[in-house]
Design a protein around this ligand. Structure first.
Ligand SMILES: Cc1cc2nc3c(=O)[nH]c(=O)nc-3n(C[C@H](O)[C@H](O)[C@H](O)COP(=O)(O)OP(=O)(O)OC[C@H]3O[C@@H](n4cnc5c(N)ncnc54)[C@H](O)[C@@H]3O)c2cc1C
Length: 373
């Protein structure tokens, strides 16, 4: 089926991303796994290939991010490294809300991979309800003093540019939350990696802020403006997640097709069972629907008509779709599908994360329902 809305420039970019990932991501997986994540060298190479800071270099055309996300999802390795390069979506925070001085300081290094980003919002006791965070950033002269804990943060130990969400007004809920930049190496900041099922080296981190002092000029946007900044970024984030789900489901179907064409059971190929063909047909249908949804979302975000409800529908459908497809693929592999060294097993556990992180299925349903009430 022909995809809608992609120019020759987009397709050339897709080729660049694929070539980069084939050369710099896939062959280095065992190294990434041994060291617990991707490294600065990988990010620098991504910068050289023109894959970073797309919020700025893509001139607002989100299709470039979606293409990068889809191609990343399509690699076997992304089931192990997780959202990795997609942490770059945080550039929207800086580009959309940062001061000129902040942009001047960080953007050049974001393009080259010197600065890599993370968005620490979630805390041990505040996930689905972000307004319940207890991390505070209290003003003391020309500085904010940050105190609190962040948990489950993607790129959490490797990123050196953190957009920390903290309460500048602890007496308020959402309206008291602000985004403040904290750089790696700031005294009082410590972090460690958390092991997850799926995304074995996805660099999911726990961060601790023990009276971390940063200048007030590190505030991004207005005091109390964090919810608006986060909501704006969520729209783009929903699309890149859906695009990664699409890539992953397509790759899983490709791997499964190869396997069932070879595997012999009771004297016939597994693909020759009608049940197998029906399962593959359902996967193909799910993928085709998601392609159309992602491509439509890109058109809507281009003409600024993509709503929060649209984002919730897209995330809910695409992440569940990836789960459905991967579950069928594992079934068709039989026992081989559950072996750790088999990419399909890693893709299956990775798919499970997508329905929880960046807002659970239930929270997407809440948002869809709110749009109707
Ligand atoms: C691998 C990974 C990477 C992550 N990366 C980041 C990151 O980079 N930055 C960041 O800030 N966070 C990140 N997160 C955190 C993620 O966004 C949260 O885990 C998620 O929002 C859910 O919050 P929680 O884990 O606290 O679950 P809880 O909020 O404790 O939810 C528990 C259950 O209650 C349900 N529930 C909650 N509210 C409602 C409701 N109103 N109605 C019905 N059911 C409800 C939930 O759906 C869920 O099933 C990451 C998480 C993971 C696993």
């Amino acid at each position: 089926m022909t995809r809608m809305g992609y120019s020759t420039e987009h397709e050339a970019f897709r080729h660049t991303v694929r070539t980069f990932l084939d050369k710099e991501h896939e062959p280095n997986l065992s190294r990434f796994e041994a060291q617990g994540g991707t490294d600065r060298a990988f990010w620098r190479k991504a910068g050289e290939a023109g894959l970073l800071g797309l919020a700025v270099t893509g001139e607002g055309d989100f299709a470039f991010y979606a293409i990068a996300a889809e191609e990343l999802g399509r690699t076997v390795g992304s089931a192990t490294t997780g959202s990795s390069l997609m942490a770059d979506v945080a550039t929207f925070i800086l580009d959309g809300h940062g001061t000129d001085a902040q942009k001047e300081k960080y953007l050049p290094g974001i393009f080259t991979g010197e600065w890599t980003q993370a968005m620490p919002l979630t805390e041990p006791n505040a996930g689905s309800d972000p307004t319940a965070i207890t991390t505070t950033a209290i003003r003391d002269g020309d500085e904010y003093v940050i105190k609190g804990e962040k948990y489950f943060i993607s790129n959490g130990t490797g990123a050196n540019l953190l957009y920390v969400v903290a309460k500048t007004d602890p007496s308020a809920r959402g309206r008291g939350m602000s985004v403040i930049i904290v750089e790696d190496g700031t005294p009082g900041l410590t972090r460690h990696k958390i092991n997850t099922v799926g995304w074995k080296c996805g660099d999911t981190g726990a961060l601790s802020f023990d009276n971390v002092r940063v200048p007030v000029t590190n505030l991004v946007g207005k005091e109390g403006g964090a919810m608006k900044i986060m909501m704006d970024t969520f729209l783009e984030d929903r699309i890149q997640i859906a695009a990664r789900c699409l890539g992953a489901a397509s790759k899983a179907l490709e791997l499964t097709l190869e396997y069932v064409k070879e595997r012999m059971v009771s004297g016939q190929r597994v693909i020759d069972f009608q049940n197998t063909q029906f399962m593959l047909a359902e996967c193909k249908m799910d993928i085709a629907i998601t392609e159309t949804m992602v491509d439509t979302a890109l058109m809507k975000i281009r003409d600024k008509s993509f709503t929060f409800q649209d984002g919730a529908i897209l995330k809910l459908f695409a992440t569940q779709m990836e789960g459905r497809v991967l579950d069928k693929c594992v079934q068709l592999f039989g026992g081989a599908g559950l072996m750790d060294e088999n990419p399909i097993s890693r893709m299956w556990t990775a798919a499970r994360i997508q329905r929880v992180y960046a807002g659970t299925d239930e929270l997407q349903k809440v948002a869809i329902a709110k749009g109707m009430l």
